[in-house]
Design a protein around this ligand. Sequence first.
Ligand code: SF4
Length: 546
Amino acid sequence: MSTPASRHHKRPRGEGQWALGYREPLNKNEENKKNDDGLNVRQRIIDVYAKGGFDSIDPADLRGRMRWYGLYTQRKPGIDGGKTAILEPEELDDRYFMLRIRIDGGQLDLRQLRVIADISNEYGRGTADLTDRQNVQLHWVEIESVPDIWRRLEEVGLSTTEACGDTPRVIMGCPLAGIDADEVIDATAQVREIHDRFIGDPAYSNLPRKFKSALSGCTAHCTVHEINDIAFVGVRLPTGETGFDLWVGGGLSTNPMLGKRLGVFVGPERVADVYGGVIGIFRDYGYRRLRHRARIKFLVNDWGVEKFREVLETEYLKEPLPDGPAPEAPRGERRDHVGVHPQKDGNFYVGFAPKVGRLDGDALHLIADIAERHGSGRVRTTVEQKMVILDVAPDRVDSLVAELEANDLPVNPSTFRRQTMACTGIEYCKLAIVETKASAMNLIDELERRLPLFAEPLTVNVNGCPNSCARIQVADIGLKGQLVVNDRGEQVEGFQIHLGGALGASAGFGRKVRGLKTTAEDLPDYVERVVTHYEAQKKEGEPFAD
Ligand code: SF4
């Protein structure tokens, strides 16, 4: 009789797959996880580290298991990017943490928003960055405050559990789930069910690496399903029945791959089971020997979709899934939800654009107050570092928009403001080579001043290193931080340029243009030249990626 091992073992050298019998850890990360599950650090933080302070933290927890609760040590200030790859981790570590709060589906009520704002002001020196996965990140957090932060978050139904680490991280969802007049299907219940069944479950807390999820019935395809480890995309059958098309194996970083359709139809009632099956495959068959090959995309790529589907159906679900259609092409050219749009119920939602997701505790309070004054009790975070206020009555829209605009939260932003994203960068990130947020903010200001009439969709994604947290390869202009040599022969911060990446109907990765680099200082000049050239050369209706 064939065993799973004999059927799936093709690679000549072991990849550390549990299902093939490789239970002995093959690298340090795997060893740490075997020694003690990441989830177990919570009690030590409460009982020991918060009382004993930073120096009491076991190094294996500090640089490993803390991530299972969204905690990373932040970069010590003043260390330049040239030292990132040279210094030992303890030399880069500050005594403060970044804390990532997971916001599944981007859904927040005003009480939750105000709690985050209070925590930011009391424990995070006012920092609050919106990420491109709908989370909020605080900085400057001390270990002593973590138990109180958790208590306050948990009182309002929020948490940091598995916000980072080798786990199923935040479940991204359309911010307009259940209210968008155009959506194919409301995926709110499925986001909740996946969260409740799998997040914090020790059966799935030791995956080979991180696992990114998206689940949406949005016709704008706003959750970037092509570049997630797993994605469910809303589809409608010819019978009118609605459900999801399943994608697996997308991801960027240094080996970018687009997700692949398995060609199955997943009814709403089966989504959580299928999700469990796919993370089960990843846990059992995912490669663990080399960290850089430990994402599910490598397994999907090696197996192919037919084998992946067969293993999912036979070993994990124990029954086949029906074939299903591909999603329709996305609505419009912009996937965000910025601007004023109708809801199903006759009210409106209003999306606005904080600059590269950078907010602070006071701004979060202000947003909560503005929303409340206009009759709204719900806000959303988007995957583009933006926010949306829901449930605004028709006669309150103008006043809401005016108040947001007056506070530099534009509802009608320039293309540059609307479609520029930036990762954390050297200000706090230990892997960074260059600064990103300030460079991107300066770029937006300069381009708005120099090209005030430019209104085409154009994405500019600024990343501080090759890791692509802000999605280098799928932007029209993707910027990868590195050190470059300027005209005076000095080594300075700069960017390698990727041009013409896209998602949607023409999904593809931007081309790294060999030799094409700019210093951070010259970035506005460079982007201005590219945009001006595109304007002059483009044919009618031609998008930037062409
Ligand atoms: Fe840090 Fe690099 Fe990710 Fe930016 S892309 S947040 S610098 S790891």
